[in-house]
Design a protein around this ligand. Structure first.
Ligand SMILES: Nc1nc2c(c(=O)[nH]1)N[C@H]1C(S)=C(S)[C@@H](COP(=O)(O)OP(=O)(O)OC[C@H]3O[C@@H](n4cnc5c(=O)[nH]c(N)nc54)[C@H](O)[C@@H]3O)O[C@H]1N2
Ligand SMILES: Nc1nc2c(c(=O)[nH]1)N[C@H]1C(S)=C(S)[C@@H](COP(=O)(O)OP(=O)(O)OC[C@H]3O[C@@H](n4cnc5c(=O)[nH]c(N)nc54)[C@H](O)[C@@H]3O)O[C@H]1N2
Ligand SMILES: [Mo]
Length: 761
């Protein structure tokens, strides 16, 4: 258990005045428009707009200010008074090849994009174009390109209505090339959790949080990435629940918290200690750590039953609901502690302590994030996570369950309404009946396929509904070369980013409204809907004046592209749908009646309406009809051998970023200020490598595939990390990751265990 005072680099609790200062700084720097604070007040409330940051639930019993540092920053960022107009691109030094030297932060700080833009190759600049001209040209190009060579990417922002129509556009165009940001994120959950529990999403609901006895956190960082989670965690601690964390990095939000919504706590600085135990395991060491805990549970169960005492394992549940138990138990009994300790980086005694809390808790919630999903064998991590919960029947009971914490605010919902590259996930027959065309039945491209297709020159057209794919994917350098060779790139965006700077032969930026803004159409201001991490569907209504009167909504842009590119079909009523989004919700309800019946009537239910979850009802939609207990075939999920001079690099998010959007250079929870160009490393490792704290180093990819990958100019910082694990920031490190280093089941890139060497620079 690490104590706060031992931590050389963490500075004060999560929440508290620090979070207020963080928000105030962004407010100042973005010169957010008058009215932005008013917008914040309506955030996440019924008939307000839903935060465009993360996918954390928006409960019905909201607090007076139901937003967090993360959400406030995201809203202020889109409410900036700065505008990135066509004049920006005309200025000296702003040719695209010149802008490629700019930092991500400086690109987005230019403010909201205002006009549709076309790339002019001769001047190497974007120039203004009318909407009509842009759509007509995009339609022409799409009609000319081979159908299978075009990709329709989505980042998890756009609402259910625009997303449903976007997927319809791709299928009416003729392919299922619908990769999404979750391909780099929770695809491991969509595929791996589904394989063992039969559900592609989490099983807990908001009410479960109030009832659990213990949380086990594996590789999820609530303080930075889902700060509103800190409130239920504090409440859990106040009523005596326990929290156990497994994370190579000490994350302040999992150490202590001051509730910014509690005046007494704020004035007295009263902190709540969050984790009862904090286990700094090696990156990629979770399988071994969970194995160790399961071994202890099995041992305790054997002993209890031998003495005729109450069993520790829920044998009735195991017998009725699972397969694979006996083989797993034999495996755990035979497992060697020395190997478990070596692979996890934790001691037997630490794992026994953790297992004790697990066994004492009647109801356990397991929480996880990218620390489990982004590895070469990430799906194995999830299988072990499921084993752990299943042993004591912690799925399908009140106060217990699996809680994957999702990323973008509507990332889960976009999948629910059809943005999926796998054809068998889609009710194609219903689409055919509704719209009178034959939807494609061949699987489309996953992000990994799309990147490989770009590198190989096979992808010729790319439409991006939000996001910054070029900066978010592995093998960035190779990807940039492939991206620019395309015939057509279309970016539907709110802010300028690196993906705009490598235009295809025909390239367009189409600027869209943000979620907090008024979306006026023929039938009035349009609401949209989103789905959160807990499968709750919420309505969202923007009320702020749009950043420019030249902007169009995402839904309008999708429909306009469709109209320009596709042959007329009286059942594809793109223009009518733009006029009234309720019509689109009716289509969603007809396509997915179980989840979305009476959609328009239910969308304003306070706290959202629940889509339901089969595993929660102990209905197991797996291949065998039961939950699957998995015997692991390996203990390390990295997919590479350890050897001298090779380290496991984990890429991390700072407290001052949302993915590739860099708000600033203050990662205050980790005590890193003014720069992101750093590598964190254990002090003994630094000494052994003959390096010194504070010197500049270079990271070199060690994938042994013949590709040279390197990133220099990084300051080495001695940090409390396990030996052999080093950490540095995403997205800067993406040049170091091979696109082939991905989860074997779901193809999620392995961004949390990358083989690297370190050289003095
Ligand atoms: N402020 C902010 N909020 C965000 C985002 C953002 O960038 N900024 N991004 C959004 C998105 S898209 C997503 S997907 C989520 C991501 O949110 P998280 O899932 O929290 O993702 P990360 O911060 O990348 O990594 C989570 C944690 O995993 C730990 N970790 C790394 N390797 C391992 C390992 O091998 N084992 C274990 N047990 N832990 C490990 C890291 O130290 C880190 O604390 O957040 C969303 N919310
Ligand atoms: N090494 C490493 N790589 C990673 C990760 C990691 O942990 N490590 N994490 C992965 C994860 S979890 C994810 S989800 C991906 C993220 O990948 P993406 O989703 O592609 O990237 P974002 O940074 O979220 O996209 C930011 C851009 O979205 C646009 N945008 C913002 N708001 C809106 C809006 O409302 N509408 C529209 N149309 N556009 C908008 C803006 O132009 C902004 O520049 O990155 C992945 N890459
Ligand atoms: Mo994500």
């Amino acid at each position: 258990m690490a104590e706060r005072d031992d931590l050389p680099h963490s500075s004060g609790p999560a929440g508290g005045w620090g979070s207020m200062k963080g928000i105030a700084r962004i407010f100042g720097e973005t010169w957010a428009e008058a009215g932005a604070l008013d917008t914040l007040r309506r955030q996440n409330k019924t008939k307000g707009h839903m935060c465009s940051s993360c996918a954390w639930p928006k409960p019905a019993n909201y607090k007076p200010f139901e937003f967090c540092e993360n959400g406030a920053k995201a809203t202020l960022w889109e409410s900036t008074s700065a505008r990135c107009t066509p004049e920006f691109f005309a200025q000296a030094g702003h040719r695209l090849t010149e802008l490629r030297d700019w930092r991500d932060h400086d690109l987005e700080m230019q403010g909201r994009l205002t006009h549709p833009l076309r790339y002019d190759a001769q001047s190497d600049r974007y120039v203004a174009v009318s909407w009509e001209e842009a759509f007509a040209a995009i339609g022409d190009r799409l009609r000319d390109l081979p159908t299978e060579s075009v990709v329709f990417y989505a980042s998890g922002h756009a609402g259910l209505e625009a997303s449903y129509l976007y997927a319809l556009l791709a299928r009416a165009y003729g392919n299922n090339n619908l990769p999404q940001s979750s391909n780099m994120c929770h695809e491991t959950t969509s595929v791996g959790l589904k394989k063992v529990l039969g559900t592609p999403v989490g099983t807990v609901t908001w009410d479960d949080l109030d009832k659990t006895d213990a949380y086990f956190f594996f590789g999820q960082n609530p303080g930075t990435n889902s700060p509103r989670f800190l409130h239920p965690l504090k409440e859990a601690k106040d009523r005596g629940a326990k929290i156990v964390t497994f994370n190579p990095v000490i994350e302040q939000g999992l150490v202590s918290f001051v509730d910014p919504q509690n005046p007494v706590d704020m004035l007295t600085g009263r902190e709540t200690k969050i984790s009862d135990q904090y286990h700094q395991l090696r990156a990629g060491g979770d399988v071994a750590a969970i194995l160790g805990m399961c071994k202890v549970v099995i041992e305790a169960d054997d002993a209890a039953r031998a003495k005729g005492e109450a069993e520790v394992i829920d044998h009735a549940f195991i017998a009725e609901h699972t397969v694979g138990f006996d083989e797993y138990v034999d495996y755990c009994r035979a497992a060697d502690w020395a190997e478990i300790e070596r692979e996890s980086g934790l001691t037997e005694s630490a794992l026994r302590d953790a297992a004790r809390i697990y066994m004492q808790a009647e109801k356990v919630i397991g929480v996880y994030g990218m620390g489990l999903t982004q590895h070469r064998h990430g799906a194995l991590n999830l299988a072990m996570f499921a084993n752990f919960l299943l042993l004591r029947g912690n799925i399908g009971r009140e106060g217990a369950g699996a809680c994957p914490v999702r990323g973008h605010s509507n990332v889960q919902g976009q999948r629910t309404v059809g943005i999926a590259e796998k054809a068998d996930l889609i009710p194609m027959e219903r689409l055919k009946a509704l719209f009178g065309f034959d939807p494609p039945t061949k699987d489309g491209m996953h992000i990994v396929d799309a990147v490989n297709g770009l590198i190989a020159g096979e992808v010729k057209g790319f439409i991006s509904l939000g996001g910054n794919l070029l900066r978010a994917v592995p093998d960035q350098q190779r990807m940039e070369e492939g991206w620019a060779k395309q015939d057509l790139t279309v970016m539907i965006s709110t802010k300028l980013n690196r993906s705009h700077l490598f235009p295809g032969k025909h390239a367009y930026i189409l600027p869209c409204l943000a979620r907090s803004e008024i979306d006026m159409q023929a039938s009035g201001n349009q609401a949209i809907t989103i789905e959160d991490s807990f499968s709750m569907i919420h309505g969202s209504l923007g009320r702020r004046q749009p950043a420019a009167d030249t902007l169009k909504s995402e839904l309008d842009i999708v429909c306009s592209i469709a109209k320009a590119a596709l042959a007329p079909n009286p059942k594809l009523k793109w223009r009518d749908w733009v006029g009234d989004y309720a019509l689109v919700r009716d289509l969603i309800a007809q396509t997915y009646p179980d989840d979305f019946h009476d959609f328009n009537a239910r969308m304003w239910e306070p706290g959202g309406f629940y889509r339901g979850n089969s595993a929660r009802e102990r209905i197991w939609k797996t291949e065998v009809g039961k939950a699957i207990i998995t015997t692991p075939e390996r203990l390390s999920v990295t997919g590479f051998e350890d050897k001298p001079g090779r380290y496991r690099l984990l890429t991390m998010r700072s407290n001052d970023q949302f993915n590739t959007t860099i708000y600033g250079y203050s990662d205050r929870f980790r005590g890193i200020e003014g720069t992101r160009d750093v590598v964190l490393m254990n002090p003994d490792d630094i000494e052994e490598a003959g390096l010194r704290d504070g010197q500049f180093v270079r990271l070199v990819g060690d994938a042994e595939d013949g590709v040279d990958r390197r990133l220099g100019g990084l300051k080495l910082i001695a940090y409390t990390l396990p030996r052999g694990t080093v950490a540095s920031y995403y997205p800067e490190c993406n040049v170091l990751i091979s696109i082939d280093n991905h989860d074997q089941l779901s193809k999620t890139p392995g961004s949390k265990s990358i083989p690297v060497r370190i050289e003095a620079a």
